[in-house]
Design a protein around this ligand. Structure first.
Ligand code: SAH
Ligand code: SF4
Ligand code: F3S
Length: 451
């Protein structure tokens, strides 16, 4: 290459996509491309996309529209390559070329590692439509091995340990966009964790659509579980905090639950999405538990580890959800101490069974329910946050707060955002903070001097 080419990379969607984008970033850098933060100046534009709800998916097309206008406006709408990768790529395949003719490359979540090769082809043949939307589990990780290059990874890093999903919840596209559940080999994950010993990373989050079902094999051919992985990673001195997301609520397993009480590096927030509190709705969703079993799981965790807190996803307005069903969701939010939850209006998705179900809930009802649920969740969150006022909690400070000058922000063990006066010695470290103020979203506190 005579002159260094540049790339722009924008990521939509879940943590798994963020992780993948870090790997793509590293891959592009090691292939001689340098990152620019504006698509107009980029020789290669890469969008890593999400298909989970209609809004997420449509965002990609408006983004592509905006990039086209901006490039044209600056007279740079030629001699560049556009790649759409990720879940929209897998789901929409060739439709992407039909809707946005200037796209050159479409690659599924299993095929990111082919980017450099496909980009070269695209530069030589600008009119060629290049597509590979095969799914082959965890093979891509064998090619995405540059870890330390990425300036995107930070004090807190992700490792994908498991891809895909076999659960087929009736509303969800993930089993179609990411394929079946596959775990990475045990030692591969440990090797990757080792590479994060870079003087910076101190927190590792293990990722999978159904991470507690991790069942990768080790070198001797034995099947290992998520608890094994966590125990092994906890042995690294540089690792101070370990998290894992997302777990299927009834698939945590006794060993993992117990590990919470013995492994201090394992963080006390469990992300266990219930989706709905109504047994009728759960059944129609093909979630394989009822309200009673979910509450049992919560009790099981609390009985061995009373400090645990929970976080969940909720869907409101699933087809057939009645006012009474919805009340069951509100009821469970009253009963279980959820902190940091996410809630969404049900979005009908192509190819999923729920899309064809009778009794789709009208948009205005969904909106009303969402507002009501979010109000309750944020009241609960506020109450929990306020309960910390006066207490001293450990916080991992990550960066300087953008809005509030002279302050820095970090994360508590429970993923709360914590703000304190700026102190450069604290960035990238876990320090004790006394909480002084709290609202529903942030805590404010002061540093406690250590002797
Ligand atoms: N594997 C995880 C979730 C992955 S998707 C689990 O089973 O919990 C992330 C969240 O998106 C889901 O928990 C769900 O709340 C939401 N979601 C998925 N499909 C959706 C749809 N069609 N409409 C609205 N929300 C959806
Ligand atoms: Fe989707 Fe259900 Fe799988 Fe979660 S468990 S990714 S919601 S199909
Ligand atoms: Fe979205 Fe794909 Fe993740 S659909 S939520 S980016 S697995």
């Amino acid at each position: 290459m005579s002159e260094m080419k540049t790339f722009y990379l924008k990521t939509f969607g879940c943590q798994m996509n963020i992780y993948d984008s870090h790997r793509v970033y590293d891959l592009m850098q090691s292939n001689g491309y340098s990152f620019v933060d504006n698509p107009v100046d980029a020789d290669v534009v890469i969008l890593n996309t999400c298909y989970i709800r209609e809004k997420a998916s449509e965002k990609i097309f408006s983004e592509l529209g905006r990039i086209k206008v901006a490039k044209k406006h600056s007279g740079k709408f030629d001699n560049f390559v556009v790649a759409v990768i990720g879940c929209v790529a897998k789901a929409e395949e060739n439709n992407i070329f039909d809707r946005v003719p200037y796209v050159n490359i479409v690659l599924s979540p299993s095929k990111y590692h082919l980017l450099p090769e496909k980009i070269s082809i695209a530069f030589n043949n600008p009119d060629e439509k290049i597509i590979d939307v095969g799914l082959n589990g965890v093979e891509k990780f064998d090619y995405l091995t540059d870890i330390s290059l990425s300036s995107l990874s930070d004090y807190s890093a992700f490792i994908s340990v498991q891809e895909g999903c076999d659960k087929f919840c009736t509303y969800c596209v993930v089993p179609y966009t990411r394929g079946r559940e596959v775990s990475r080999p045990f030692e591969d994950v440990i090797e990757e964790a080792k590479k994060l010993d870079n003087g910076k990373t101190i927190e590792i989050t293990l990722l999978g659509q159904n991470v507690s079902a991790y069942n990768g094999k080790d070198a001797s051919g034995n099947q290992r579980c998520l608890a094994d992985l966590i125990e092994e990673i906890a042995k690294f001195d540089f690792v101070k905090r370990i998290r894992y997301i997302t777990s299927y609520p009834t698939q945590l397993g006794d060993r993992l639950i117990k590990l919470h009480s013995t492994e201090k590096k394992l963080q006390p927030l469990l992300f266990v999405p219930i989706q709905s509190g109504s047994d009728n709705v759960l059944k129609k969703m093909n979630r394989r538990y009822n309200q009673q079993q979910y509450k049992q799981m919560i009790d099981d965790v609390l009985s061995v580890f009373p400090d645990a807190k929970f976080s969940s996803d909720f869907i409101v307005g699933f087809p057939g959800e009645t006012d009474d069903d919805f009340k069951q969701t509100l009821k469970i939010v009253d009963e279980v101490e959820f902190i940091n939850s996410f809630s969404f209006k049900y979005s009908p998705r192509p190819h999923t069974p729920a899309q064809k179900m009778d009794n789709q809930v009208p948009e205005d009802v969904k909106t009303k329910r969402l507002i009501e649920l979010q109000k309750l969740l944020s009241d609960k969150q506020l109450a929990f946050n306020k309960s910390l006022i006066g207490k001293v909690i450990p916080v991992l400070f990550e960066s300087v707060a953008k809005k509030e000058k002279n302050s820095m922000f970090g994360k508590s063990e429970f993923m709360q955002t914590v703000i304190a006066d700026y102190n450069e010695n604290c960035i990238g470290k876990i320090v004790d903070v006394k909480i002084l103020e709290a609202d529903a979203f942030t805590l404010k506190g002061e540093l406690i001097e250590k002797k």
